[in-house]
Ligand binder design. Structure first.
Ligand code: ASP
Length: 330
């Protein structure tokens, strides 16, 4: 039987017009889709819904939640969903959806493009066709389909601005390849009933450590925060030498005193944090820092936002962050 795929358009370059020397701007999408990729309807019964038409730098957590609600509502009536999205924050939306929609039973495939669908040398047409193919045959989880690869959504990062292979999944192998033949792995096994998280706590900050960082600055932010992600060096190190005047230990102590969870991930894209390996990491672990393993920064931020909404108390939140809930950490 012919399958039905919900196509939710949120915006991004894929649906824009313009380009050098003019600015790229969102444009009417339904007409462009019909004109440029009419063959999509040969693959499936495609139900297009115009969710928004934004550059993804304008996509905020409220939109993730609205998108998750819409998917939760519509997925039982269709076989799968494809979400078109700008590439700039696509990894954040994919990660957020993977946490907001636990127990997913159907594929949700995000895609976008580096050049608008309206252009002749655009990657949009193939990405759309591949995304619908992955929605029909790929695993029942939130994925990203881009440049002939299917990735687990919460493992992706945007790595290129002006080449077609814009996404990578540095710590997890692709869930599918779409060459002459399309191959897919089974992916996650759905656990529990399909759910929808009620919300997110957005009072979260992502701090990237760098030599010369004045510890007084993040200390000023603490009273406004409910959670902090620290992108530390290598295995999870930060400066802790008091004499330099730039030790970050007081920040971790102050966060602990305020019961603000601090999730530590690495600036190095490959491999995982190991807080006991060096003195800097061991010292912050003693102050309660939570080991983020090989979480990407987008996965860490969105998981912390979801975790804080789900588990306001310390030990349950720590357990949630330290274990894999949607395949996001090894
Ligand atoms: N600025 C665009 C966006 O994220 C970039 C893209 O889609 O490639 O919406």
């Amino acid at each position: 039987m012919r399958k039905t795929v919900l196509l939710l358009h949120t915006g991004g370059t894929l649906g824009m017009v313009g380009g050098r020397p003019h600015t790229l701007k969102p444009a009417p999408f339904a007409e462009a889709l019909r004109a440029r990729v009419p063959e999509l309807t040969e693959l499936a019964n495609v139900q297009l819904e115009l969710f928004s038409n934004l550059d993804s730098s304008e996509v905020q957590p409220e939109a993730w939640l609205a998108l998750a609600r819409r998917l939760h509502q519509r997925l039982p009536e269709v076989d799968a969903a494809v979400v078109t999205h700008g590439t700039d924050t696509l990894a954040y939306t994919a990660s957020a959806l993977s946490f907001l929609l636990p127990g997913l039973r159907r594929p949700v495939v995000l895609t976008g493009s580096q050049r608008p669908l309206q252009e002749v040398r655009s990657d949009a047409r193939l990405n759309l066709i591949d995304a619908v193919t992955a929605a029909l045959r790929g695993p029942p989880e939130v994925t990203v389909c881009f440049d002939s690869h299917l990735y687990r959504g919460n493992r992706t990062v945007k790595v290129k601005v002006a080449e077609y292979d814009a996404f990578a999944s540095p710590n997890f192998p692709p869930l599918g390849t779409l060459g002459v033949h399309a191959h897919f792995l089974p992916g996650l096994r759905p656990r529990g009933r399909p759910g929808l998280l009620p919300g997110l706590e957005t009072r979260v900050f992502l701090l990237k450590v760098f030599p010369g960082l004045d510890p007084a600055l993040p200390l000023l932010l603490l009273p406004k925060l409910r959670g902090l992600v620290v992108e530390a060096y290598g295995a999870g190190n930060v400066p802790v030498e008091e004499r330099s005047g730039r030790s970050l230990l007081p920040l971790f102590r102050a966060a602990r005193a305020r019961r603000i969870p601090v999730l530590v991930v690495s600036q190095a894209p490959r491999n995982a944090v190991e807080l006991g390996l060096y003195q800097g990491g061991a010292a912050i672990a003693e102050e309660g820092a939570i080991d983020g393993g090989d979480l990407t920064a987008p996965a860490a931020v969105t998981k912390l936002m979801c975790g804080l909404a789900l588990h306001p108390d310390g030990p349950a939140l720590r357990r949630y962050l330290e274990t894999s809930v949607a395949g996001e950490r090894s």
